[in-house]
Design a protein around this ligand. Sequence first.
Ligand code: ADP
Ligand code: 5GP
Length: 202
Amino acid sequence: MLFVVSGPSGCGKSTLIKKVRRSLGDLGFSVSHTTRPPRPSEKDGVDYHFVPEKTFERMVREERFVEHARVHGHLYGTSRAEVERKGRRGDVVLDIDVQGARQVRSRLPGAVLIFVMPPVAGELRRRLERRQEDNPEAVERRLRNARAEIRAYDEFDFVVVNDDLARAAADLKAVIVASRHKADAMAEGLKPVLRSFKKGRP
Ligand code: ADP
Ligand code: 5GP
């Protein structure tokens, strides 16, 4: 299954995804490509594949992205190869913006879309400022964009409000576990059970 996590910058998407992945253990993370310069704490190949614009544009021309978008002035995209590679071992989670989530919805209708909502506008600013990874201009730009982004929440299948971190992580995990238990998602795994009932009397 493919899980898409979206929400305004600073709402806590990457923190929540890391927590849930530690707890579930079988959820691959799709490392996006971006033209944004790395933050001090970020590692190439772990947080993102950091690439020059020319490389990104070539990848777009070669149709190597499942989705891509310009976000806060930089290019970001999910490569098909990444989703395929991580998907071989199980489910995959994407941390992408609302424009990307819409593209995934239209191209891969089975994907589960989850929106992470900050508890209140002031808290989003505090988190972006406390993170100390973006310059003041970038913080203002992200806050301006947040106004439009949060209005898209009702295009998603689920919403998680990230006020208390532990509770929000438990909610995100619950959404993922419940989605995995939908009847159509269970069909493949249930085949041996169904076969066993065909063999005569139980
Ligand atoms: P995003 O990936 O959505 O841009 P991050 O996961 O980087 O956001 O979180 C932004 C900042 O907010 C980080 O410093 C993170 O530690 C902090 N944060 C995340 N969730 C919470 C929370 N529930 N309460 C307080 N701080 C949080
Ligand atoms: P940041 O620069 O804070 O890491 O990410 C900025 C925004 O870009 C976030 O909303 C994040 O979810 C989004 N983003 C990260 N990777 C991708 C991607 O591959 N595609 C799209 N569309 N958005 C992405």
